[in-house]
Design a protein around this ligand. Structure first.
Ligand SMILES: Nc1ncnc2c1ncn2[C@@H]1O[C@H](COP(=O)(O)OP(=O)(O)OP(=O)(O)O)[C@@H](O)[C@H]1O
Length: 857
């Protein structure tokens, strides 16, 4: 009875349990959570998971990046050095990788530059005669003249090497040239004479690979220059027997290529051979003379080094560590450190030095009117590139027949289907380059050509997939690029371009996405994310994405946008081609570009190591206190209008509210002005932008929103008022003039404390202009006009202006500076009391008064 009760109870429990499970299953099947997220994750879990993955990815990239960056800078240095003498630097750097073979002269000079920096030019010159090998006969002559060579004596630096007595070392270098550089060490093997093997001194000196004697499998045991250098060139002798004994004892540790070695790879790239040999560390005995010691020995191919027991009688010679050499290895002079190869900062200094040198040459060339380096066109035509005939027709109609250099280079690189990071100057046609990367042999065609292929497959589907996603930082730029894409798609009816940008109704976007063709999406990151997160089915449409393009990549990968970009990239398929375009690429951006690009991406640099600005644009700066800035801007505009009848000017201000104030003031002064900034409604912005594109004799007062990508033709002057946030901002603002290879002018107006920024652009061809003489009458007029402006506009400008400077590192930490600035600005706009808006901020910052006005809490 009891047992049957238990049995019943058990079955009841089991039944309940089963029932509960069943209910749970039904519940699950019936949903309750979004089914678009696998693993039963809800939206937030899914989001967090992706965020975590993104963080891990970034960490991984950070680890890999440093090495990558160093390698790239080094290759830039190499390519720069190899091209420095070439007048066609730009053309070459664009069309092909820069690793053309160096002549012996260039190579030695390059190496000397890298390793000795100073005084390298006296290492070798034409007068030293040609570089040549040591012939056996020569070596025999040297030996017969001078007797066997004592390697240790040579190394210890106490004696000259014999060949030197004949005036010239057989390599063509004079001893006196070699000695200070310690290259003499390499010439000193007896084995050279006895075996008669030839030494190619270039290979010894260039050092990326085995030294020449190693080609015959003997002499210096196949040590690379870098190995020797790292070991302080020490050599050592031991007998054949000792060598075999040591080898047999397996004391050796077969070394892999050291990272230093790897980095020091100019010559290994030049001659295309890799450094296969490692090195061996051996415990060795030098015949009982100095006991056991740790030494360095021969190459991995097992060839023993020969010779020299001190008397030079055909015994094996091995290379040993400095520790092994005792007094024979005492260095008389200190070796020049290789720090700059190991230290990233020093590397950038080196690059900087090359840049300024290159700049100087370009300036000199410009002065002599040599060549037309600033031409943006390449000799190639669009119809030579297998672009679809209808696209060529559209291009021709738009006036594009010849490609620009960046278009040519980008299309060529895309042939391999790789991701690409493209750096090209402003106004050189990057837009068409990414809209129309024609990749003939590759199945995944970029941009428009990609869509053309994909749309054939998609024809049967009701809702076509999104094939190309173009991300940009600003709304106006999105509209501009969509318009440009539509021009190229003129004869392709079925392909649609849609813009997704802020400032428009979300619902309108949705309607367009559902009813109109939209294989190409041009979007700003914020609005795109909105769609991804809030519009069901949108993410699924992105799963067919073939190509991702980031225009103004440096800005998009900047801190302000980076998180959004990471989130977007996480929602895109992995199998796609990504192209990043920018006029400036700071180090940090290169680093984080791998968030988007595959590791093996191509780097296309049509700028080279020279400045990112155009030679034809005259750049200058004026230093004057803040109080005078409004008057100086007015003065500069008046002057320019008088000189250029068809003027078209852009004035950049630091914030939207400052833009508004500047606009109000100049309008009060009866100038022909328009304004665009983020505080204006989108419709207004678009209208003004379109007007300014067509206009002449108009001044556009604007903020950062117009700094990048905007293509306003024939802008004659760009004025930047106040310090830019960084070099990229300066270059991009300036890039609104001098487009398509035309000329232009750029003036930057800084307060004295803002001069620090000049350091950031010191390699650019910018010169100082003296502060203009201001007419007292105009001064009075400006003060009157300022007084007529609505105080709320002034207060808002004042507040935003202080906020901007507070965010800048140099002032943000320094209350005194900020108070001074506030005072100056207060004076310039004629405020008599601290604006209410700013009071709170000032209290937070701990300021007691501004311009003598007490701040009450
Ligand atoms: N192949 C071409 N032939 C002639 N003109 C061209 C060609 N490609 C582009 N252009 C013109 O060059 C100008 C600048 O192009 P675009 O706006 O693409 O420059 P960008 O390099 O993207 O500049 P930014 O860095 O400022 O964004 C445009 O007016 C465009 O019409």
């Amino acid at each position: 009875m009891y047992s049957s009760m238990i049995f019943l109870e058990r079955s009841r429990i089991l039944h309940d349990h089963h029932h509960a499970l069943h209910r749970l299953t039904i519940l699950r099947r019936m949903g309750g959570g979004p089914r678009t997220f696998p693993g039963g994750l809800n939206k937030w879990q899914w989001k967090r998971l992706h965020e975590k993955q993104a963080r891990q990815k970034e960490k991984r990239l950070l680890d890999q990046e440093k090495e990558l960056y160093q390698a790239r800078v080094r290759s830039e240095i190499r390519s720069k050095i190899s091209n420095l003498d070439s007048s066609e630097f730009h053309h070459q750097s664009m069309n092909s990788p820069n690793f053309k073979p160096l002549s012996p002269k260039e190579h030695i000079k390059a190496l000397a530059d890298r390793f000795m920096k100073e005084g390298a030019e006296d290492l070798w010159n034409e007068a030293d005669g040609p570089i040549r090998s040591v012939s056996p006969r020569e070596m025999a002559r040297i030996e017969s003249d001078h007797g066997p060579i004592d390697v240790r004596r040579v190394i210890s630096g106490g004696n000259r090497i014999p060949s030197n007595e004949s005036g010239e070392v057989s390599s063509g270098f004079s001893y006196n040239q070699l000695k200070p550089r310690r290259f003499s060490t390499y010439l000193c093997s007896d084995k050279i004479e006895t075996n008669g093997c030839q030494i190619d001194i270039r290979r010894v000196i260039l050092g990326g690979n085995r030294i020449a004697s190693n080609e015959s499998g003997e002499v210096l045991s196949g040590f690379s220059y870098s190995q020797l250098k790292a070991r302080r060139f020490s050599t050592y002798s031991c007998s054949d027997k000792q060598y075999s004994l040591l080898k047999a004892r397996h004391y050796s540790v077969r070394g892999s290529r050291s990272s230093y070695r790897k980095n020091d790879s100019s010559s290994s790239e030049d001659d295309g051979t890799d450094n296969e040999e490692g090195f061996m560390m051996m415990k060795s005995n030098d015949g009982g003379r100095r006991g056991r010691r740790l030494s360095l020995i021969g190459s991995s191919d097992g060839e023993g080094a020969e010779d020299d027991d001190g008397k030079g009688n055909g015994k094996k010679k091995m290379m040993m560590s400095s520790a092994a050499l005792g007094k024979y290895d005492i260095k008389k002079t200190k070796r020049i450190p290789l720090k700059f190869l190991e230290d990233e900062d020093d590397l950038s200094l080196h690059v900087q030095a090359i840049r300024s040198e290159f700049n100087k040459r370009r300036m000199a060339e410009k002065e002599n009117d040599v060549g037309d380096d600033d031409s943006i066109l390449s000799p190639k035509r669009f119809d030579e590139c297998n672009v679809s005939p209808l696209t060529v027709k559209a291009l021709t109609l738009a006036g594009y027949v010849q490609m620009t250099k960046v278009q040519d280079a980008t299309l060529a690189a895309c042939l391999e289907g790789k991701d690409a990071l493209v750096k090209a100057k402003t106004g050189t046609g990057k837009t068409v380059a990414f809209l129309l990367c024609d990749v003939v042999k590759h199945k995944q065609l970029p941009a428009i050509e990609t869509v053309l292929k994909a749309s054939i497959k998609d024809a049967a589907k009701r809702v076509p997939q999104i094939c190309v996603l173009i991300l940009l930082p600003t709304r106006e730029l999105a509209s501009q690029i969509a318009a440009e894409a539509n021009v190229l798609l003129k004869y392709h009816d079925r392909i649609g371009v849609q813009t997704l940008v802020g400032g428009t109704r979300f619902k309108d976007d949705q309607r367009r996405l559902e009813t109109e063709p939209c294989q190409i999406i041009v979007a700003t990151p914020g609005r795109l994310l909105d769609h991804i997160e809030n519009k069901s089915g949108f993410s699924a449409r992105l799963m067919g994405l073939k190509m991702l393009i980031l225009d103004e990549a440096d800005h998009l990968l900047d801190l302000g946008f980076r998180k959004d970009i990471e989130k977007i990239v996480d929602c895109l398929p992995r199998q796609k081609q990504s192209l990043l375009f920018s006029a400036t690429l700071p180090k940090e951006v290169r680093r984080v570009s791998q968030l988007v690009l595959k590791r093996e991406h191509a780097y296309i640099n049509t700028v080279g190591l020279g400045p990112e600005t155009h030679d034809k644009v005259n750049q200058s700066y004026v230093i004057a206190p803040h109080e005078q800035h409004f008057q100086i801007v007015h003065h500069l505009l008046k002057e320019h209008i008088a000189q250029v009848p068809n003027y078209k000017v852009i004035v950049f201000c630091t914030t939207a509210m400052m833009t508004s104030l500047m606009f109000s003031l100049l309008r009060e002064m009866k100038m022909s002005v328009r304004e665009i900034h983020s505080r204006k409604p989108q419709l207004y912005r678009t209208r003004v932008s379109d007007e300014f594109k067509e206009a002449r004799q108009l001044i556009l007062i604007t903020s950062e929103v117009s700094a990048r990508g905007m293509n306003y033709p024939d802008v004659s002057l760009v004025i930047q008022v106040g310090v830019p946030t960084d070099r990229g901002q300066y270059v991009n603002r300036l890039g609104r003039t001098g487009r398509e290879g035309k000329g232009g002018e750029g003036i930057m107006l800084l307060a004295p404390w803002e001069e620090y920024f000049l350091e950031e652009i010191k390699d650019l061809p910018i010169h100082k202009s003296s502060s203009p003489h201001l007419d007292p009458d105009t001064k009075v007029k400006i003060e009157k006009s300022m007084a007529a402006i609505d105080p709320s506009v002034k207060e808002a400008a004042y507040h935003a202006w202080l906020g901007y400077y507070n965010s800048i590192r140099e002032t943000g930490r320094d209350k005194t500076t900020l108070a001074e600035l506030a005072t100056g600005f207060c004076k310039s706009i004629g405020l008599e009391k601290v604006p209410a808006l700013f009071r709170k901020t000032a209290v937070k910052m701990g300021l007691k008064d501004i311009a003598g006005i007490r701040i009450r809490k």
